[in-house]
Design a protein. Structure first.
Length: 272
């Protein structure tokens, strides 16, 4: 391990640079590891329907991040209450991992960038299965995916299995890629909302049309019945309508049903 790598690690754990730190009490490994925003974040993920979005374009963004930072691995993650999903990934073929401390989960809990030159010697990250396990993550650099309503729902991160200095001076590039991911989330969510609204409006229009057709049909039947009474009994329109309404009230049935019965009886007589 070089002195530069050690210095970078020291910066990442002490927070002397103001960025790429663990942030808050999570920097102290003696304190309990907790995530007070887990449920709110999971609700935001469900509301945004992020995990329902096909990951194709996010694979491309992850590949771009890997090229820009010269790392073999990059991920776009979505972090729910129990798992970290690699929604976009480059260099690895894992759909996700259970939540573990020190890497992507720390980024979403703190809402701040995190840089580690060597995760193996970081007190919070070293128990993480991706660090302690066969994969052996060492270098890590990640920023949060922050939604418009203020939730950190995942990360844009690059990493390596070899220690290397953290490029804090390029944090803005990683944050720009994270913004691109969130913009994709927003566009796809807006499209889904627009389609749902269009379907709802179309359904409402169909219901209104059906109601209007039924109303016109009813009015037409009543008009036909009035015409029959006016011809048969030599009544004016007002008297014909009163006659229909009187029958309706006496029989306690709808006016339209009275009119329909009269029209049907006359049609039956004509057919004979």
């Amino acid at each position: 391990m070089s002195d530069n790598g050690a210095n970078s690690t020291a910066e990442s754990t002490t927070g002397s640079t103001g960025t790429g730190t663990h942030g808050g009490d999570l920097a102290n490994p003696g304190l309990p590891y907790a995530d007070p925003h887990a449920k709110a974040r999971a609700d935001a993920i469900r509301r945004w329907q992020v995990l329902d979005i096909p990951p194709d374009c996010y694979h491309e963004i992850a590949a771009l991040a890997a090229r820009l930072f010269g790392t073999p691995y990059a991920v776009v993650t979505v972090v729910d209450e129990d798992d970290i999903w690699f929604h976009g990934r480059h260099g690895l073929d894992l759909p996700g991992v259970p939540i573990g401390p020190g890497l992507c989960h720390t980024v979403v809990v703190t809402g701040e960038p995190l840089g580690l030159a060597n995760a193996e010697i970081d007190p919070l990250a070293c128990p993480n299965p991706l660090v302690a396990g066969p994969f052996g993550v060492r270098h890590y650099f990640g920023v949060p995916l922050r939604t418009a309503d203020g939730h950190s729902i995942g990360t844009m991160a690059v990493f390596d299995t070899a220690p290397r200095p953290v490029p804090y001076d390029r944090t803005d590039i990683l944050e720009s890629l994270a913004s691109l991911v969130v913009r994709e989330f927003e566009i796809r969510l807006a499209a889904r909302v627009a389609v749902a609204q269009e379907q709802e409006e179309r359904l409402a229009a169909e219901v209104r049309f059906a109601d209007l057709s039924a109303a016109l049909g009813t009015h037409g039947t009543i008009g036909q019945a009035m015409g029959i009474l006016m011809a048969q009994r030599r009544l004016d329109s007002e008297a014909a309508f009163s006659a229909l309404r009187s029958v309706s009230q006496k029989k306690n049935v709808k006016l339209a049903d009275v009119a329909r019965t009269l029209v049907t009886d006359v049609e039956r007589q004509v057919r004979r």
